[in-house]
Design a protein around this ligand. Structure first.
Ligand SMILES: *Cc1c(COP(=O)(O)O)cnc(C)c1O
Length: 397
């Protein structure tokens, strides 16, 4: 079948929840994806901040293949070595104390919210606690994660969601403080807002919220699903702020393509929240998924991923700054490490479509922002190639 025939079959069978680009993928290699017609694309999307190690990474593939030949799934009623290894390594890179493995980001957020509610329940033996979340945030599509997602269009049709969620303005401490009461059990935000438009938390904001949480025994939940796993130049973005969350969520690049996530907590929270019978998952933490996590963490170290993020991230920053100076329609440039955005005063879909035609994959974050979230192995030469193409797209439009 050709591309058009495959797409017609897809559109006849899949639920229409995405407006997909008209590409059917065949394979990937390093920074490149190839469609079934053999066309090659430089990838600055990485499956939405997932494929950090680049496609077809041999060491990663071999580790997964070896585990497949041993055992893929057992159950959380038993122990498995990949989960033990993955948990140990995750504790080391995060400094958190206890981990629960999930199958996705949204599920990690669900678990974090449940842990926070249970903590507050044990604190004062009441239910009905409040959670404070941020406007323009994104935490996932399941009912709990959606409840703390600050985008009315995503939530509206699905009300009532979980109750007692209040929204404050990101990077505006006073607006958070104004929502806090004795019933507040958690404050949740992304350390760097992703879908909302690539907005890093300011140091003042994160520190003030942390102090407020300490003062009122409120749990700080940081969502590191997109900005974590090295993307900002440290394993987790919060590690650059001199604060530590009580609970954090991870997913996306943590498994580099195998669907996994996790929520992690401090010992203090672990001792006073979810306990036997409170939470569970059939697949979460299975041997295949945890082999992926474990190997990803090893390869980050072996391939010096963080060093590359810092160096190539800074180079990308300089190059995008130059582009922003060159074109009037670019209103702002933000981001950190290899998580950057260009805000335009026009919808960016035309630019993105033009880039795709020229063999460059880019993705938006909201209608007006182009998001740059390449695999973390990206080189300066790749950045130069990308800039050449996107420059031509801006020039044309
Ligand atoms: C992608 C994302 C999620 C949801 O993860 P899924 O795996 O799609 O459920 C949650 N939070 C943030 C910040 C994300 O970027």
């Amino acid at each position: 079948m050709n591309m058009k025939e495959y797409i017609d079959e897809a559109e006849a069978a899949l639920l229409h929840t995405y407006n997909r680009y008209q590409i059917v993928w065949d394979r990937g290699d390093g920074m490149y994806l190839y469609d079934i017609a053999g066309k090659k694309y430089l990838d600055f999307v990485a499956g939405i901040a997932v494929f950090a190690l680049g496609y077809n990474n041999k060491a990663y593939n071999d580790a997964l293949k070896a585990q497949i030949d041993k055992v893929i799934h057992t159950s959380n009623y038993y122990y498995n070595i990949p989960a033990i290894e993955a948990a140990k390594k995750l504790k080391k890179i995060s400094g958190m104390d206890r981990i629960f493995f999930t199958n996705s980001g949204a599920e990690a957020v669900e678990g974090a919210l449940k842990a926070a509610r249970k903590y507050a329940f044990l604190r004062d033996s009441h239910t009905n606690h409040d959670i404070i979340a941020m406007n323009h945030s994104f935490h996932g599509r399941t009912m709990g994660a959606l409840s703390v997602t600050g985008n009315v269009h995503y939530r509206e049709a699905f009300e009532p969601l979980i109750g007692n969620v209040k929204f404050a303005d990101f990077n505006n401490f006073e607006s958070v403080k104004a929502q806090v009461t004795d019933k507040t059990c958690a404050i949740i935000f992304e350390t760097v807002q992703g879908e909302g438009g690539i907005y890093p938390a300011t140091e003042a904001f994160i520190k003030q919220v942390r102090a407020l949480c300490d003062e009122r025994d409120i749990l700080l939940i940081l969502d590191e699903i997109q900005c974590g796993m090295g993307r900002t130049g440290t394993m987790f973005a919060w590690q650059q702020y001199g604060v530590k969350p009580d609970i954090m969520t991870s997913a996306k690049a943590i498994g580099c393509g195998v669907p996994v996530g996790a929520f992690l907590m401090t010992e203090k929270v672990a001792q006073q929240s979810l306990t036997s019978g409170d939470h569970g998952t059939t697949y979460g933490g299975n041997p295949l998924a945890c082999t992926a996590i474990s190997k990803v963490i090893d390869l980050f170290e072996e391939q010096r991923i963080l060093e590359n993020v810092k160096e190539t991230g800074a180079y990308l920053y300089k190059k995008l700054d130059e582009l922003a100076v060159k074109y009037d329609c670019i209103k702002a440039h933000r981001g950190v490490g290899l998580m950057q955005g260009l805000e335009c005063d026009v919808p960016v879909n035309e630019i993105i479509n033009e880039a795709i035609a020229k063999g460059l994959l880019l993705i938006n974050a909201g209608a007006n922002i182009i998001r740059f979230i390449p695999p973390l192995i990206v080189s300066k030469a790749d950045v130069d190639n990308m800039i050449e193409i996107i420059d031509a797209c801006f020039a044309k439009l």
